[in-house]
Design a protein around this ligand. Sequence first.
Ligand SMILES: [Zn+2]
Length: 139
Amino acid sequence: MSAPQPISPDEAETALRDLNQELNRLQRTIRLAIQEQLSKMVGRSFDDLQKNRELADSIHQLLDSHGLRVCCLECGHPAILRVSPRGDSSGVFVFDHTIEGKRTFHGGRKTVPIIRLVAKPPRKSPRKSNQIQAKQTTA
Ligand SMILES: [Zn+2]
């Protein structure tokens, strides 16, 4: 038996490029499928704070597992959909995101807002986020 042929840089590049294209196509299909299903909930909500919180949390878990975030309708930043108890007893849907290093909430409707999906931004290096945390605690 002869030793396996070493892979050529060209072969590796082509294989990885093809894979990348295929994954992008699949990602897009997944994103559209998620968006279509979630759009059925837009403008609606539960009449109960805890249920709304669980709904927002389930949506976030699902999106996170596919490397997605919702797009904030006010500023366009990638955000996490949450339910805040402010407002009436069933809570309001807010976009939770960090803008210029500060945790910021936008939105505040009583029902599920229009969901536009965006890719999750790359994670900051641990060192950098530690620095930000240290800065926040001393401020
Ligand atoms: Zn925003």
